[in-house]
Design a protein around this ligand. Structure first.
Ligand code: HEM
Ligand SMILES: [Cu+2]
Length: 490
């Protein structure tokens, strides 16, 4: 029975990694198409650009979340019993949501961007018909429901096993002086994500419902400022939580490779508690340009944005160095990817901290500086962790061996991703706005460099993906299992 449950968990994880890697490559191709257009190398109609921008943003955030949940689910199931059907429910609801979103964009011309800011979808419903807007909004809503089902289930399991979410966040050790070490890092991180992301998704669901109601009956009007609060609370928290799920792999794998357990000591627990709180508080850094927002909220946004990532980033980066230091660790694909992903995460936070400063924000916020920031921490942080985990999964559950191609791909990925994000940050510095299909001649140089770097990134991502699929084949159990699920799903 236990091994059967374990095998279903592996199936689910393998399946979502397959989806993640394929979608990732596709979305990267869309990214390069956008840059080719902005760089005046290939011209596509403007509306097509915005459709591509919408699917690229939605798809990337979506698969970062999917890959992150696969990591969370895989490691958490080592500590507590999990029902595999819940994971499949989330996966299936996500896939239906994705299909609805794809149809909305490519059949019904929805092109408002993944942040669906009220009342934009209502305007575009008037322009392009309500079908596209409704399909997109309901598709996202369905995705959110899938994640809520998973998080509520996990909350129930953790409460049962640990006696409460406070306990699984280590409050006994922080407040009640309990001695020793807290719950496993996977449990602490999962608790944080459950709390933060449930709040975020509920905020997002409210904003989505407002748009849907307004489209169905324009007499239902809502406060656009409130809707912006809800939308960015969702967007900020959801995007942030992808890394808080993915980082579980770093804790688990580095400690396994070095044979040194990653202890959740008091500093670790306090850091995760602070991040839980701060992640919920700081979304107002997306509203620094909205003069109608009360000043105290903006100041909270600024100050706590500085403080937000830092605790977890510091305990994680420091912890990683300590675990690895003189451990005689063997550097392979996974550990190298994880090590560099720490760098990507930290480096990606720096431009964000600069942008969260109110005076700087007024100049920088709508420039490519911002995509420069989040491409660094997502591309070189979260996604690198997911690729690293894909390799770990095949090595541990199958019999994959590292080859020269893998080494080549790792270097290519990081060198050119640094180039891509550098080109974005530079474009921000010379005031290129974000989300513009057309660029002035003085900006196109940075777009062309970006497109070139993007093409090399795609080559690396293709190698990772192909190697992952071949690796799955090396483990008969996983492949036949995924074949079966594929057949029953499709
Ligand atoms: C080959 C790799 C990639 C390329 C070439 C690329 C390119 C781009 C471009 C050109 C934009 C539009 C920038 C603008 O506002 O003018 C963009 C936006 C975006 N990208 Fe990427 N990207 C890549 C990878 C990623 C990854 C790995 C993620 C996250 C996991 C990501 C997430 C996003 C998001 C969320 C947006 C914002 C969309 C919006 O503004 O509505 N991208 N990307
Ligand atoms: Cu944010």
């Amino acid at each position: 029975m236990e091994t059967k449950a374990r095998n279903s968990i592996k199936k689910g994880v393998a399946l979502s990694l397959m989806v993640t890697s394929v979608v990732l490559v596709l979305m990267m191709i869309f990214g390069v198409i956008m840059l080719l257009n902005q760089g005046n190398i290939v011209k596509i109609p403007s509306q097509l650009f915005y459709k591509i921008m919408t699917i690229h943003g939605t798809g990337m955030i979506g698969i970062a979340a999917l890959g992150g949940s696969a990591i969370m689910w895989y490691f958490l199931s080592k500590y507590i019993h999990l029902n595999p059907y819940i994971f499949f429910t989330n996966l299936i609801l996500s896939m239906i949501g994705v299909v609805m979103i794809l149809v909305a964009i490519f059949v019904f011309n929805f092109s408002d961007g993944w942040t669906f800011l009220y009342p934009l979808p209502s305007f575009s419903a008037k322009l392009n018909g309500i079908t596209g807007a409704l399909l997109f909004l309901f598709g996202l809503l369905l995705l959110g429901v899938g994640y809520l089902v998973m998080y509520f289930y996990l909350a129930g399991r953790l409460i049962k096993e640990y006696g409460g979410l406070g306990k699984s966040l280590g409050w006994d050790y922080i407040f009640r002086g309990k001695k020793g070490y807290g719950p496993p890092s996977a449990v602490v991180a999962t608790t944080m994500v459950i709390i933060a992301n449930s709040v975020g998704i509920l905020a997002g669901a409210t904003a989505l419902s407002e748009s849907i109601l307004n489209i169905l009956n324009p007499n239902f009007a809502f406060d656009p400022m409130l809707a912006k609060h809800l939308t960015y609370a969702f967007g900020h928290i959801f995007a942030n939580c992808t890394i808080y799920m993915a980082v579980i792999a770093v804790y688990e794998v580095l400690s396994e490779y070095t044979g040194r357990p990653w202890k959740s000591n008091k500093a670790f627990l306090i850091a995760w508690n602070f991040s839980t709180l701060f992640t919920l508080m700081i979304y107002t850094h997306h509203l620094l340009m909205d003069f109608a927002v009360p000043e105290w909220m903006l100041i909270i946004g600024q100050i706590f944005s500085y403080a937000n990532g830092l605790p977890v980033m510091v305990v994680t980066a420091y912890g990683a160095l300590m675990v690895v230091f003189r451990s005689g660790i063997k550097w392979d694909f996974t550990s190298s990817m994880f090590f560099v992903s720490m760098f990507g995460w930290v480096a990606g936070a720096v431009p964000a901290i600069i942008d969260a400063t109110i005076v700087v924000n007024h100049v920088m916020h709508n420039t490519k500086w911002v995509p420069g920031h989040f491409h660094t921490y997502m591309g070189m942080g979260v996604i690198a962790m997911i690729f690293g985990f894909m390799y770990y999964f095949n090595k541990t559950e199958g019999a994959q061996k590292q080859t020269g191609y893998d080494n080549y791909a790792i270097y290519t990925y990081f060198v050119f991703f640094a180039g891509l994000t550098g080109s974005f940050l530079y474009a921000g510095k010379i005031s290129a706005p974000r989300r513009w299909a057309e660029h002035l001649p003085e900006w196109t140089g940075s777009d062309q460099v970006g497109a070139l770097c993007g093409s090399f990134i795609i080559v690396a991502a293709l190698i990772f993906t192909i190697r992952f699929f071949i690796g799955l084949k090396s483990d008969g159990r996983v492949t036949s299992a995924t074949d079966k699920t594929f057949n029953s799903v499709s």
